[in-house]
Design a protein around this ligand. Sequence first.
Ligand SMILES: Nc1ncnc2c1ncn2[C@@H]1O[C@H](COP(=O)(O)OP(=O)(O)OP(=O)(O)O)[C@@H](O)[C@H]1O
Length: 363
Amino acid sequence: MAIRQIQLTALRNLSAVTLSPSPQINILFGANGSGKTSLLEAIHLLGMARSFRAQPLQSLIQHGQPRCTAFAELAEADGGFKKIGVSRDRQGELLVRINGEHVRSLAQLAQELPLQVINPNSFRLLEGAPKQRRQFMDWGVFHVEQQFLPTWQRLQRALRQRNSWLRRAKMDAPFQLVWDKELCLASEAIDNYRRAYIGALKPVFEQTLAQLIELDGLVLSYSRGWDKERSLSDVLAASLVRDQQLGSTQAGPQRADLRLRLASNNAADILSRGQQKLVICALHIAQGYLLAQTGRGSCVYLVDDLPSELDQKHRQALCRLLEGLGCQVFITCVEPQALQDGWRADTPIALFHVEQGQIKVVG
Ligand SMILES: Nc1ncnc2c1ncn2[C@@H]1O[C@H](COP(=O)(O)OP(=O)(O)OP(=O)(O)O)[C@@H](O)[C@H]1O
């Protein structure tokens, strides 16, 4: 899966543009505020129908314009191609099309264009709330396990029911029993999917990290969100009074987390900023490897300001890994010299200069 052409209109400061990126490495360089991140944001809009830095999407629309549009042709592994388009107007209307057909499920869009984003927000994966890590984990499970999404929807429905009963204090016992059973079944399935996924991700992550940096003793582990020795139904029964007091279900997959620990410390508390970035990159690259192994396509990587936080040796190691993935990668940087050396002679590299919203191919 790679973007073979991208067309943008009225997106932030970018002038209307049509680009034919390299199927592998794309380097976008330019001064601060020139529009490099905006191009990554446009690709993110195409894969996720949202921005990675703005909620709501309104701020993406160029000042004075009624709507912004991003359109792409995706080259598929089997030689075919797909067309996807996303457009958003000032009234909030979002139009998503795949091969000209309106699409309502954003999951379909995510399946067409699986994206991995590495940017300053990525530090939240280590430092932020468990929700960030669940999102990371569920991205992977969603892409490798087809039953994940319907099971997740069942879980959300059962959880909403239970929480609404907890808040009303008055429960219809037989009805609640049925919904609790549904909640437990869906929870166990989600836990199994996540456990299997993290089991597969862990060795790939460790191998990937070892190619970037030596961090002996860094351990990635999964916690499922309720006592690992007890069934969820037992836990729910035992915590009913507390759940009623708090008005929501305190145990279950909605409380799962991924832990990264180093010598019994939370890794985020002791790793340097550069080390954290390398760990985060290794996690994202490992996800790319796993997706490729399933044969369900490959990710497109968006790496904003790759050089920041990293010394020359680690920059090069990261570039080699991204190159070795064989995926399409969009990298931004201020100075192109920071990323010029060390690429393999047979890697297709496209170099784009972004200047005051204009994007020019320079190599
Ligand atoms: N809706 C909008 N319409 C027009 N211009 C906008 C809009 N939103 C943001 N801008 C401008 O577009 C530019 C976007 O810059 P962007 O974040 O893409 O820059 P960058 O090249 O990634 O910079 P840096 O190196 O500082 O990260 C900024 O100059 C910003 O002021």
